[in-house]
Design a protein. Structure first.
Length: 354
């Protein structure tokens, strides 16, 4: 018997006072899976919305993320109030803005535009991305691109599609077309190939271009890793890793997030370096920790790579001098590793067809 929504609420909100953070994260993923079904969604939105009184910024930013991924306009008022609360942790406000972008309703544009002038640079940049995404999604160009994307997805690698029963909503859509050299007809079919790595890489690394276009190049490279065949994966990962020197912490954190999605062993070295750097922004180190937690599922690098990653995560989980979001991310990542390596666990509900 799956747990009832009431039991999940008590777990997520830690009603007993004894539920550990990692267990609450697992509950949140379960709720996300259940919330994909229309009949549960409003109740799931209510439960998750109650969690914003917690004192863990890490948990709250994940609540905002899930609300966005549920893609339901009924979550907009809560997300707007989280973004508008200037006392709230910037990482949580950033995630609320991104979630509004994921839902993509023009009704959220006034609030997002208001915080284009926020004092926190990551919040400002996220609002800019969300505004551009909503404007694109709701334009003729955006609708045309969505059609092309649907076509490409239908003809894309079935394995990549199967990896995500419900693919995540990206903060900026991958490019679906590449301009041909002679500027004749843009290429429509499969642009996620090894040959296109230099093209997307040049956009990714060009700090003169808009953050939105550079995000689009980032997700195009992510698609190349997932769909471009074995030979394309490492060059695309190297292109992504090259931008970890970018001046925007938001941009760097998204690269780490993408590495978390990819779960590719070629990401381990770069992610370890980010987590081990105490001068790096806490939001970036948090995503690096989570990426390291995910990578072990698929790593075939043997026990030594596994041990090294676990040792790195343990070290930062226990380091009192590290920011709280970094320590907590390491705890959650270690739980993820333990959970995924436990043969007695059932398949996680967010990967099950409900
Ligand atoms: Fe984020
Ligand atoms: Fe995050």
């Amino acid at each position: 018997m799956p747990p009832s929504l009431d039991a999940l609420e008590a777990s997520l909100l830690n009603a007993s006072g004894n539920v550990k953070l990692d267990a609450r994260f697992r509950t949140l993923f379960t709720l996300k899976g259940l919330g994909m079904a229309e009949e549960n969604r409003m109740r799931v939105i209510e439960i998750i919305s109650k969690g914003f009184t917690d004192d863990s910024a890490l948990l709250k930013h994940e609540l905002a993320y899930v609300l966005g991924q549920l893609q339901d306009v009924r979550a907009i008022p809560k997300l707007e109030s989280v973004l508008s609360d200037t006392e709230e942790h910037a990482m949580v406000r950033h995630e609320a803005a991104e979630a509004l972008g994921a839902i993509s309703s023009p009704t959220a544009l006034p609030v997002l535009r208001k915080f284009l002038e926020d004092s926190d640079v990551s919040v400002r940049e996220t609002c800019d991305l969300a505004v551009r995404k909503i404007e694109l999604d709701n334009s003729d160009t955006g609708r045309k691109e969505a059609e092309i994307k649907a076509h490409q997805d239908a003809h894309g690698d079935a394995r990549a599609a199967a990896a995500h029963a419900v693919p995540p909503i990206d903060p900026a859509p991958a490019f679906v077309q590449v301009k041909a050299a002679d500027d004749a007809q843009p290429e429509v079919e499969n642009v996620y190939t090894l040959e296109k790595v230099p093209y997307f890489r040049s956009i990714l690394l060009d700090e003169k271009r808009s953050l939105f276009d550079r995000y689009r190049a980032m997700f195009s490279l992510r698609n190349i890793v997932q769909r471009g065949g074995e030979a394309a994966a490492v060059p695309a990962i190297e292109a992504l890793a090259a931008s970890l020197k970018d001046s925007s912490a938001l941009f760097r954190h998204e690269i780490c997030f993408v590495f978390g999605e990819l779960c590719h062993p070629a990401c381990i070295a770069a992610m370890t370096k980010v987590l081990d750097d105490p001068s790096e922004h806490e939001m970036v180190r948090h995503e690096a920790a989570e990426a390291l937690g995910g990578v072990l599922e698929e790593s075939e690098d043997g026990p030594s790579a596994h041990e090294q990653v676990v040792a790195t995560l343990r070290r930062w989980a226990d380091d009192e001098s590290a920011p709280r979001v970094v320590r907590e991310s390491c705890i959650v990542a270690l739980d993820e590793i333990a959970y995924n390596n436990d043969p007695t666990q059932f398949q996680r509900i967010d990967t099950v067809d409900l």
